[in-house]
Design a protein around this ligand. Sequence first.
Ligand code: FAD
Length: 522
Amino acid sequence: MTYDAIVIGAGHNGLAAAIELQKRGWSVAVVEAKSEAGGAVKTREVTLPGFRHDLAAMNLSMFAGSAFFAANKDALTAQGLGLVPAADCFASVFRDGTFLGVSTDLEKTAGRIAALSEKDAAAWRQMLAEFGSDAPHIFGLLGAPMPSWRSAKVAWKAWREKGTGWLYDIARLLLASPRDFLDSRFEHPKVKAMMAAWGLHLDFAPDVAGGALFPYLESMANQAFGMVIGKGGADTIIKAMTGLFASKGGTLLLDAPVEAITLSGDKASGVRLADGRVLEARRAVISNVHPKLVFGKLLPKDAGRAAYERKIEAFRAGPGTMMIHLALDGLPDWRAGAALKSFAYVHVAPDFEMMSRVYAQAMDGLLPSEPALVVGQPTALDSSRAPDGKHVLWVQVRVLPAQIRGDAGGEIAATDWDGAKEAYADRVLALLETYAPGLRAKILGRSVFSPLDLERENPNLIGGDNLSGSHHLDQNFLFRPVAGYSRYATPVKSLYCCGAATWPGAGTGAGSGFMLADMLGK
Ligand SMILES: Cc1cc2nc3c(=O)[nH]c(=O)nc-3n(C[C@H](O)[C@H](O)[C@H](O)COP(=O)(O)OP(=O)(O)OC[C@H]3O[C@@H](n4cnc5c(N)ncnc54)[C@H](O)[C@@H]3O)c2cc1C
């Protein structure tokens, strides 16, 4: 069969590219290795029947704020897409049995901060006021191809409106570490720790340069716009995208791993599937597969692109992550208070010292002694994900080694993830128990996905790296995935890469798929 474009991989970026090209009149086939579309956005009953767990992504705020969603909102809603807003968005719990959290009601958030520091409450309000006028420029930059006339225009417009001093401030924000930025704006350690925890969603410990932006954006965006999760599960976006694609005549092949990208001379001409089928592409082959796998496995080595291949080979994964899914009899009884039960995310990363230690241990190949956790409580917002009165808990263990060299806790002997994962999950639950006594007694079922299991589920998550590549400054912006190729082209003609390994990186914002299709469809 011949199509205008073949998309390899049905992650949300591949699907966004497919839908956008279809709208421009292209015939498109999407070929997916697994039996389900979605990649890192899937929902499944992995503990007990009736308990629906988001296997990876849970927070869909990036999708809800994306240009792709804005362009397709009605069509996706008609396909059944449902989003559930959180009024109590995220919080951190601390060792002394207290919490600090951000709710969409500014007075609630500011009141909690003021109880710690009046000065910080004023600084929070001030930052939010500035965010109102800064956000369009910052999101404009993050939503533009890198580099492009559009990104230059965004910077030009910002300079005209805000002046040179503002541009310097934004440049400093982009370069700063979480600690340096937060120290310059706030005084109370709990306020700073609450914001810095977002750095660990990416691979930014408190002292890593370039890590300030995400904690700033997430803190302010949650305050200004709130957080959303999927109705019934994060897979609501995938069901709606595949439904929309199919309704317009698109072809989605599941259980169809691509074994090779076929070439005609120096140009990508299609794909060969593992079962031997060959699909031809008239105009483009779009890979939603990690470029490291594309150039390491799907294409033969070629001396003509050796420089690119060397750089892709050297593209670093971020640290690994692990997911623990729990079916519960009731929500956790947080020591910090019943108010925490309504929060979408509870971070267990109480101070800078602990965040730095976790990161250093993981980067050194050690199982962290005190894991950093993101605890999602989706059924606090959406009871449809579990039987009546029951709950699911989404526990993401952040910053783990892909290859285990040892245990910083001195207890786990196994150095392979299949051998270590249950024992490490026990450590996580023992830690959670100190913040939410009685939690373990509420567990009806549990399912653990180690970094290795996550990679088995989705080969793009190399070593269980939830980012498809470190987001440190040397691998972001113009350098993602390789300088000179940040606009999705590759050294092979007609072959393009989108997905989390490309600009603007990880998350459910569908940015790379949307921008690539826009560029190709012109
Ligand atoms: C545990 C975890 C939690 C996360 N939490 C959040 C969150 O709460 N919010 C958020 O915004 N982001 C989150 N993320 C990040 C986000 O989910 C990902 O960055 C994003 O979904 C990646 O999308 P993608 O389009 O790049 O492709 P992927 O989702 O990686 O999909 C790629 C697809 O390609 C397929 N594929 C690979 N090789 C082949 C082949 N040879 N042939 C055919 N198909 C192939 C894969 O099977 C997969 O379906 C999380 C990620 C993880 C892992």
